[in-house]
Design a protein around this ligand. Structure first.
Ligand code: ADP
Ligand code: MG
Length: 702
């Protein structure tokens, strides 16, 4: 059968929308530059810039009929002109509407211009804000001055657009009118039943309606026209992710199926039973690995949900199938921690596991690499950096990336391309709200560990002012005497690591003075790797009882005996980060405490955030709150996350739309993988329109 090839070129009828802005009425090269600040470079960008507000310009007979001060749109007869009597005074024009007289007021008004547009005796429709000044009603600088036959040009509800320096509402509206005239009718890319069910207008009408709101309700994100346009954006994004997913899975994967023998051994050696969620995730992963498509799966689970066991089981599937697995972590500390956790279990199953880090040098490193290449090492643990270098495997079948939010979509796709057909499992310990998870990981399949292992004691969380530092230290002294261990976290105060290191060193000094030299350990980002490792090891073995740290301990570190977490200046941390930090305690049987120290006075928002943390330990609840308080861009740093910027869609309020867009995109690709049917071709137009370059490349590549 011949390949159907539909080029992804921009069709002729879209060209006007992609022309320079100067092609629009009233836009010159200089104004065009000003539009750039709005992210508007083409007429297409302009029509996707929706009104942010509106002005009521309902016609009245008289300003008497509207509450003052307020907007009025009235027909008037122009009376006497009163040029300023002295410099600095305004130019006044008496006017009379159906019931009363008032004044139009112009500062720096030019007499000949005003005489021309407002000749005495003429009738005009004026619209603007009317206020009382010294008992006299006046309308300073009307927004509109029109002759009676032009008066119909003012809509009863006039849209207000976002502006940038150098732009005016008037100029923008004029350009918008010109741009809207270029909007073609496009074929429908939304499933008709969905369109019907939601009551959405077709695209062309939606654009027109969004720019002609009839009242404030038409400006709401829930207005049907706006909702459809938001959906289009999300749909285009999800289609891109779905195409990436399809291309990633297609043909490049391998069937990796184990006999369960090693997994069985590990399960038998465990002192506990896997949770239902763990079993489900293990099953999903094993099933996925057994298909010829390449796995690209996300394992999402809160701190302590037990991701390590799931990861190990996946690695063992690879080993059972005669292959190898690799697990990568963002830092050496984390890689070391994973290694320490995995090693006893892997060895219980008789599997050879090794760690490769930047500290491995010379002959030792060469020996490890050779063993890896021969297949003598079955599971390798290391940092991302280690893997990205040229490490050769005999038969790599699974790459696990412990992402912890340090990777975005783009880097991840790149990494996936490196793995020569290996299945990819990404782990994240930061629960993120469903919309964001769909936006960020929409190209992946997802397993969620939404159940914690039993027997955890909740972490008692309290807010304490720094003014009570002495009490905190006293309390800690008693706890240490009882054999408990504590983390003491110093915040990232500045963007400079050395500065933060100094703060941590100062704190360690104070605590050593209080508890004794050997009791307090210190770890921060400025320390050489071997010192970090040593500090962590001393704390893990119980040699030190208090570990002063910067946020390097944020993720993954597991010392079950540590039951106290003190966080200084908790108010400047992100909620997700605080949740991660708190997750370092409450891992053993002992009752745990988390003290969130803050510097008073605490602002409203900061207080609300810390209270959320005090009141719940559910990472998903915390994440939703975080989203509500801070907004999407801040929850995951937008630039680094690869989270797209949407012009219309609002991730905070339109939560359901993203899931809908994902299922619509995946459904379309199942029905029409090459996007060659009528709906598929329309979807191509949407991708071109919304400049989904990646999708366009994927489709063009066939
Ligand atoms: P995560 O990586 O998701 O934060 P871990 O895999 O490090 O969590 O597990 C946290 C702790 O819980 C570990 O000490 C682990 O041995 C233990 N654990 C894991 N699964 C279970 C289970 N099903 N029942 C009891 N304890 C478990
Ligand atoms: Mg872990």
């Amino acid at each position: 059968m011949a390949e159907v090839h539909i080029p992804m070129d921009r069709p002729d009828y879209l060209w006007p929308l992609f022309a320079g802005l100067e092609t629009l009425d009233g836009v010159g090269p200089k104004t065009a530059k000003h539009y750039k600040a709005l992210g508007v470079e083409t007429p297409k960008d302009l029509i996707l810039t929706l009104p942010v507000g509106g002005v009521d310009r309902t016609r009245s007979d008289s300003i008497r009929d509207v509450p003052l001060p307020g907007m009025a749109t009235v027909s008037v007869v122009i009376g006497r002109h009163r040029p300023p009597v002295s410099r600095g005074r305004p130019y006044r024009i008496e006017v009379e509407d159906a019931k009363t007289s008032f004044q139009l007021v112009f500062f720096h008004g030019k007499s000949d211009y005003l005489s021309r547009i407002l000749p005495t005796g003429a009738r005009r429709v004026v619209s603007g804000k009317v206020e009382l000044f010294d008992g006299v009603a006046q309308m300073p600088h009307p927004d509109h001055i029109l002759s009676p036959d032009e008066a119909g040009d003012i809509p009863a509800f006039e849209p207000i657009y976002p502006l940038a320096a150098g732009l005016t509402q008037k100029g923008l509206r004029r350009a918008m009118t010109a741009a809207l005239a270029e909007v073609p009718n496009l074929g429908e890319w939304i499933d008709l039943p969905l369109l019907d069910q939601r009551g959405w207008p077709v695209w062309h009408d939606a654009i027109a309606m969004a720019h002609a709101p009839k009242g404030p309700h038409d400006l709401a994100a829930s207005a049907l026209a706006r909702e459809r346009l938001a959906f289009d954006e999300l749909f285009a994004h999800q289609l891109t992710l779905a195409l990436a997913r399809a291309s990633n899975r297609k043909g490049k994967g391998r069937v990796t199926q184990g006999n369960g023998r090693l997994r069985q051994k590990v399960l038998e050696s465990l002192p506990f039973k896997p949770t239902g969620a763990q079993m489900r995730a293990i099953d999903e992963i094993a099933t996925d690995m057994a298909t010829p498509a390449r796995m690209n799966r996300l394992l999402q689970g809160d701190v302590g949900a037990g991701k390590t066991l799931v990861a190990l089981m996946a690695l063992l599937v690879a080993v059972e199938a005669g292959g190898q697995g690799v697990m990568m972590a963002p830092t050496t500390i984390l890689a070391g921690q994973h290694y320490a956790n995995l090693k006893p279990l892997a060895e219980a199953a008789g599997v050879v596991i090794e760690m490769l880090s930047g500290q491995d040098k010379g002959a030792e490193r060469r020996a490890k690499l050779a063993a890896l290449k021969r297949g003598d090492i079955q599971i390798l643990v290391g940092t991302h950096a280690v893997f990205v270098e040229d490490v050769a495997f005999a038969d790599l079948r699974l790459a696990i990336v412990d992402e912890q939010h340090r990777f975005g979509v783009r880097q991840r796709i790149k990494l996936g391309q490196k793995g020569q057909g290996a299945d990819v499992l990404v782990m994240t310990a930061t629960p993120i709200p469903r919309t964001l998870s769909l936006a960020q990981y929409g190209d992946m399949d997802v397993s969620v560990l939404d159940e914690k292992p039993p027997g955890r004691t909740p972490v008692a969380t309290a807010l304490v002012s720094t003014a009570r530092m002495d009490e905190v230290i006293d309390h800690l002294r008693k706890a240490v005497a009882e054999g408990r261990q504590a983390y003491w976290v110093c915040p990232l105060v500045e963007e400079s690591e050395s500065f933060d290191a100094t703060a941590a060193e100062e704190r360690a000094k104070l605590l050593r003075a209080a508890f004794g030299e050997g009791v307090v350990g210190l770890v921060h980002g400025q320390l050489p790797p071997d010192q970090k490792t040593a500090a962590m090891a001393d704390f893990a073995s119980g040699k030190t009882r208090v570990l002063v740290a910067t946020t390097v301990i944020e993720v993954g570190v597991d010392v079950p005996n540590a039951s106290i977490m003190v966080i200084e200046q908790a108010e400047i941390f992100g909620l997700a980060q605080l949740h991660q930090l708190r997750g370092r305690v409450g891992r053993g049987a002992a009752a745990s405490t988390c003290l969130l120290m803050y510097r008073p006075p605490l602002g409203e928002t900061a207080k609300r955030r810390l209270m959320v943390l005090r009141d719940t330990e559910d990472g998903f609840v915390i994440a939703e709150e975080d989203l509500a308080i801070r907004g999407a861009g801040d929850v995951i740093g937008t630039a680094q996350s690869g989270l797209p910027q949407f012009r219309i869609a609002d991730l905070e309020t339109q939560t359901g739309l993203m899931a809908l867009a994902q299922s619509a995109a995946r459904t379309l690709l199942v029905r029409d993988p090459k996007l060659i049917g009528p709906q598929g071709q329309s979807a191509r137009i949407l991708l071109i329109l919304l400049e989904q370059e990646k999708a366009i490349r994927l489709i063009s590549a066939g």
